[in-house]
Design a protein around this ligand. Structure first.
Ligand SMILES: *Cc1c(COP(=O)(O)O)cnc(C)c1O
Length: 347
């Protein structure tokens, strides 16, 4: 089994504020009201949580204008990935996804005893959807489309996704992993909800971990046709989403406008970083998540860049040999990153 390599915390540097830019976390702390509601919920932890997650399902259904039976909640989108792959795939089956992409995919596939079929991303970090469609065989059960793609940052367009879906046989489930949906600012952006609602074989994954800044509480959700959502719920560990996480999720949805203002600020910072590194002569791919991708194609270069970042108090996430992913963080952290690339040889 490949191990999940989590982003590291920054090393302490006396006299220097250090920043964790290695896990695509939201640099903002939770909104005030959310912390108070979560703290109040912690006073009820002698009781099991609501096994049906009733309030959170209702809040999501109202927010996104979808029937609650087309939703499945779990302990992070990662848990939904495992539930889905173990529900639909066994030793004879194949799961197609881009590579590099989210590192939980190959782990979930192996855990189910299935075979991972990795389709290399194009040079610009984008999914090669034609090659992915061509990789589908009669053994394929699931395809992951990660958009924006972690770690390369690029997103597919709705036109590209529709053309791809038209080629995928209906018995193959297509999981559109939109963990970073709220950060997307592009023409012809994917409308995940409209897409799953018009197809019997599309599942959309979302999370409270990134834009909503609740990574530590572990809540993610799927939009899916009702039979698939029911399967995902059936595969969940009973009482998975805890009392505090359920309350925080509901409270965050009530403050969606305020949270999305913060997302706008992060997008503004992302644009500043991308423009800054491009102005320094670097060719970084279009960044649609809360992170930027530096393709090095060399383990040594990845290590050198990560060490140089560490030196100035920035913990980044190397994916040797392909490249290094850097999350958009506090303004000061982003400014340091721009300065770093200005002095680091482009190779
Ligand atoms: C962060 C991330 C997730 C899920 O995160 P959870 O914290 O488990 O909800 C899923 N997919 C991608 C691509 C991610 O980057």
């Amino acid at each position: 089994m490949p191990a999940y390599v989590a982003g590291k915390p920054p090393a302490e540097r006396p006299g220097l504020v250090t920043y964790k830019l290695s896990s695509n976390e939201n640099p903002y702390p939770p909104l005030d009201g959310v912390v108070e509601i979560a703290a109040a919920a912690a006073g009820r932890v002698n009781r099991y949580p609501d096994a049906g997650n009733t309030e959170l399902y209702e809040a999501l259904a109202t927010n996104y204008q979808v029937p609650a039976e087309e939703l499945a909640l779990s302990t992070g989108a990662v848990a939904l990935i495992f539930q889905l792959v173990s529900a639909y795939c066994g030793p004879e089956d194949e799961v197609v996804f881009a590579w590099r992409s989210f590192e939980a995919y190959p782990i979930a596939v192996l855990a189910a005893g299935a075979t991972a079929v990795k389709v290399p991303v194009a040079d610009d970090g984008r999914h090669d959807l034609d090659a992915m469609a061509a990789a589908i065989t009669e053994r394929t059960k699931v395809v992951f489309v990660c958009s924006p793609n972690n770690p390369t940052g690029t997103a597919v367009t709705q036109t590209e996704l529709d053309a791809f879906l038209a080629k995928v046989p209906e018995h193959v489930l297509v999981v559109v992993d939109e963990a970073y949906a709220e950060f997307v600012r592009m023409d012809d952006a994917v409308d995940g909800i409209a897409t799953y609602r018009s197809r019997p074989n599309v599942v959309v994954l979302r999370t409270f971990s990134k834009a909503y800044g609740l990574a530590g509480f572990r809540v993610g959700y799927a939009f899916a046709p009702a039979p698939i959502a029911a399967t995902l719920r059936a595969m969940a560990l009973p009482f998975g989403v805890n009392v505090v996480a359920q309350a925080a999720g509901v409270a965050s949805l009530e403050r969606k406008a305020e949270l999305l203002d913060r997302v706008d600020d992060l997008v503004t910072e992302r644009v500043r970083v991308v423009e800054g590194v491009r102005a320094a002569g670097w060719d970084v791919p279009d960044a649609q998540g809360n992170f930027v991708w530096f393709a090095f194609g060399s383990a040594d270069r990845c290590a050198e860049f990560a060490a140089a970042a560490d030196e100035i108090g920035l913990m980044v996430r190397p994916y040797p040999p392909e490249g290094v992913r850097v999350s958009i963080g506090e303004a000061e952290a982003n400014t340091r990153l721009i300065e770093l690339v200005g002095s680091f040889p482009t190779g």
